[in-house]
Design a protein around this ligand. Structure first.
Ligand SMILES: [Fe+2]
Length: 578
C-alpha cells in the first residue's frame, strides 16, 4: 500500500511516500526548484518520490494533505474582520492566493497529479504530532508540538500508543510562542520562518538584560500555558509582526544587513531565555500530565536545539525524539503516517533512523556528468577516496562531500556536507570568507564518531539528526576552536556506523591521521540557496565558491583543475527532473 503525503502553500513544501508504512522517499521542493523555502505545490518532490519507488500515481492508494485549509481560512478571515478596516491591504494582498491555490487543494491534486482517489486532510498539529511519534522508536510516548500557528493551534500535546495518537490539549492563536520568537526575529532584521536559528546562535553572545521587559510581551505560566500581549504584535501588517508600541519600547528595529549591535545581541539572548524557560515549563507539564518518560516533539520551535537540550535535561523525560524535518516540511511525512496508521489502522513497523530519504546518484551517473562536461577528475577506490579525503581535511582544505542519498530536513548530515578541520583555530573565518559568507556570530557544527563522542562532548543521548546542543568538554574546547560556540556549546552530529557507514569511515580515517574523531560539518550550499541536491548543483556550488576539493562518490575534483570549465554552459541532465 502506497500513501503520499503533501505539505505546501505556507513555506517549505515537501512530499513523502510510504510503502506499507515505510518511508520510501521524502524531500523538500526547494531542492529541485533551487528556490529556498519554496512553498509551491511540490510537483517535483512528488515526481521524485514516485520515481524512487518505481510507481505512478495509479499505484498510490491514498493522498494526504498536512492541514485543513478551510479551518485555516476561518482563522485568517476572523483576523481580518477583527482588525478591519486596517486589515484591508493585507486582505487584498492575500486573497488571490487563498482563492486560487490554498482553498483548492483537491482540485490541484486532481489537475497536477491526475488523482481521483481518496484524500485525507488532517489538522496541522496532528501532522506535526504524527511526524514526531509514528517514525520514532517508541511504542508509547508523550507528544508535544509547538510552532507559529497551524489552523488555530500554536501548540498541542498528547500521547501516542502503538498505531494511534491523541492530542489532549492545545494553545490557540493569537497566543503563540513561535510567533513571539518570529516577531522578534523580524525586529532584529532577520527573515521570519527562516532565520530563527540565527537568532538562537546570536543569543550565545549576549546577556539577558531585556528579560523582564520582554516578559511584558510574552508570559508563560507554570502549567505550560502562555499569553502574548497583543499590544506588542501586529498581525495585520505586510512588512512586520511587531507593533508601534514594541518599537517605542525596544527602539528602532534593525534593518537587514545593518551592523548587529550589543542591544540586538542582548535582545536575542533575552528572547532565547524566555523561549527555553517556556519550553521547559511546557514539557515539564506534559511529563506530569502523561506520566511518560519518552517525548516526541515537532513544529518549528522543535528545531531550537538549545531549548531541546534543556528539555532533555530539565523536564523529567529520559529520552527525546525529534525527527530531522521537525518544521512544516515534516508535515508531509506526518500526514502520510497518520493516514496509514491512525486512519487506515495499519500497524507500525518502521523507525526513522536514517535521514537519507532524498535522491541518490550512481557512480555511472556521476562519471557521465563529469565526462559530458569535460571536468577533470580522479576516480579512486572507496578506501583510496576515504584516505585521500581525510588527508585533504587534515591539510586544512575545504572539501565538498557529496555521497549517497540526500538528507531529509534542513540539516546536512554527512551526505550533502562541506567538511573541514575543526582543530584549525581560524577555520570558521576561512569557511566564512571563502564559502559560506555567514554572519560571524554563527557557529559551525561538528560531526563526531558516536562511540567516541563522549570523550569530547557532554551528551545525554546519541544525536544523529543534530537536534540538540551539548557542551564541549572543558578540556577539549581549545582543541576544537572552530566548532566551539562562544558559550562552550556545539550542535553535534553523532555519526553512527549503522546509520551512515561511509561518513563514519571517513571520520575514522581522519582520526587515524590526527588522533581526533571530529570534523566540521556544515551544509553544502551558499547563503540564500538550498542545500545541493544533484551532482550538478554540487559542482556549481563548488565551482562558484572557495571550496578546494569536491568529493562525489569515488570521484575527486581539484579546484585547480577546473579553470577551463564554463559554469554557465554546463550540461545538466537533472534540470528540474532530479
Ligand atoms: Fe507548523
Amino acid at each position: 500500500m502506497y500513501v503520499l503525503g503533501i505539505s505546501c502553500h505556507y513555506h517549505d513544501a515537501s512530499a513523502t511516500l510510504l510503502k506499507d508504512g515505510e518511508v520510501v522517499a521524502a524531500a523538500d521542493e526547494e531542492r529541485f526548484t533551487r528556490k529556498k523555502h519554496d512553498d509551491d505545490f511540490p510537483v517535483h518532490a512528488i515526481g521524485y518520490c514516485l520515481r524512487q519507488a518505481g510507481i505512478t500515481m495509479k499505484d498510490v492508494d491514498c493522498v494526504g494533505f498536512y492541514e485543513k485549509p478551510l479551518l485555516k481560512f476561518e482563522r485568517v478571515l476572523f483576523s481580518f474582520l477583527h482588525y478591519f478596516p486596517r486589515s484591508l491591504p493585507v486582505f487584498l494582498a492575500m486573497m488571490p492566493s487563498w482563492l486560487t491555490e490554498k482553498l483548492r487543494i483537491p482540485e490541484t491534486v486532481r489537475k497536477k497529479l491526475g488523482w481521483k482517489g481518496r484524500m485525507v486532510f488532517i489538522r496541522h498539529h496532528e501532522s506535526h504530532a504524527a511526524s514526531a511519534f509514528f517514525p520514532s522508536p517508541f511504542q508509547e510516548a508523550a507528544i508535544l508540538t509547538v510552532d507559529g500557528v497551524g489552523e488555530w493551534t500554536t501548540a498541542a500535546y498528547g500521547v501516542g500508543r502503538g498505531n494511534q495518537m491523541e492530542l489532549w490539549k492545545e494553545m490557540r492563536f493569537p497566543h503563540s510562542l513561535g510567533l513571539f520568537y518570529s516577531m522578534v526575529t523580524g525586529y532584529l532584521g532577520f527573515k521570519v520562518n527562516s532565520d530563527e536559528y540565527k537568532v538562537m546562535g546570536l543569543a550565545g553572545y549576549g546577556k539577558p538584560v531585556y528579560y523582564e521587559k520582554m516578559k511584558q510581551v510574552f508570559r508563560s505560566f507554570p502549567d505550560g500555558s502562555y499569553e502574548n500581549n497583543l499590544d506588542y504584535f501586529d498581525f495585520m501588517s505586510l512588512e512586520r509582526m511587531f507593533s508601534a508600541r514594541f518599537e517605542r519600547e525596544f527602539g528602532r528595529p534593525r534593518k537587514p544587513g545593518e551592523r548587529v549591535e550589543q542591544h540586538h545581541i542582548d535582545l536575542a539572548c533575552s528572547l532565547q531565555q524566555i523561549l527555553e524557560e517556556s519550553m521547559v515549563a511546557l514539557a515539564r507539564h506534559v511529563q506530569k500530565e502523561t506520566g511518560l518518560k519518552k517525548l516526541c516533539m515537532a513544529g518549528g520551535v522543535a528545531l531550537n536545539c538549545v531549548a531541546n537540550a534543556r528539555i532533555l535535561k530539565e523536564a523529567g523525560f529520559d529520552e527525546l525524539y525529534v525527527q530531522p524535518a521537525a518544521g512544516d516540511s515534516g508535515g508531509s511525512m506526518g500526514v502520510a503516517f497518520h493516514a496509514y496508521h491512525h486512519v487506515l489502522g495499519r500497524p507500525r513497523s518502521f523507525v526513522l533512523e536514517k535521514p537519507y530519504l532524498g535522491p541518490g546518484y550512481s557512480p555511472e551517473e556521476i562519471r557521465a556528468y563529469l565526462e559530458a562536461n569535460r571536468i577533470r577528475h580522479r576516480e579512486l577506490s572507496v578506501d583510496g577516496m576515504l584516505g585521500e579525503t581525510a588527508r585533504l581535511i587534515q591539510a586544512n582544505h575545504i572539501v565538498g562531500w557529496f555521497q549517497g542519498r540526500m538528507e531529509w530536513g534542513p540539516r546536512a548530515l554527512g551526505c550533502r556536507s562541506i567538511l573541514a578541520n575543526a582543530m584549525h583555530p581560524d577555520m570558521k573565518d576561512i569557511l566564512n570568507s571563502r564559502v559560506k559568507h555567514r554572519e560571524d556570530f554563527r557557529p559551525f557544527a561538528p560531526a563526531a564518531l558516536l562511540e567516541e563522542a563522549r570523550d569530547y562532548f557532554e551528551i545525554r543521548q546519541p544525536d544523529p539528526f543534530m537536534v540538540l546542543v551539548c557542551d564541549v568538554k572543558k578540556g577539549k574546547q581549545k582543541l576544537l576552536p572552530s566548532i566551539t560556540h562562544i558559550d562552550g556549546t556545539a550542535r553535534l552530529q553523532t555519526v553512527d556506523r549503522k546509520i551512515n557507514p561511509l561518513f563514519h569511515a571517513l571520520i575514522r580515517e581522519f582520526k587515524k591521521l590526527t588522533g581526533v574523531p571530529v570534523v566540521i560539518n556544515t551544509s553544502f550550499n551558499v547563503k540564500g540557496e538550498p542545500i545541493v541536491c544533484s551532482p550538478h548543483d554540487a559542482f556549481k556550488c563548488f565551482a562558484g565558491t572557495g571550496i578546494d576539493f569536491l568529493v562525489m562518490d569515488r570521484f575527486i575534483i581539484d579546484k585547480k583543475d577546473i579553470s577551463g570549465v564554463d559554469r554557465d554552459k554546463l550540461v545538466n541532465p537533472w534540470r528540474l527532473n532530479c
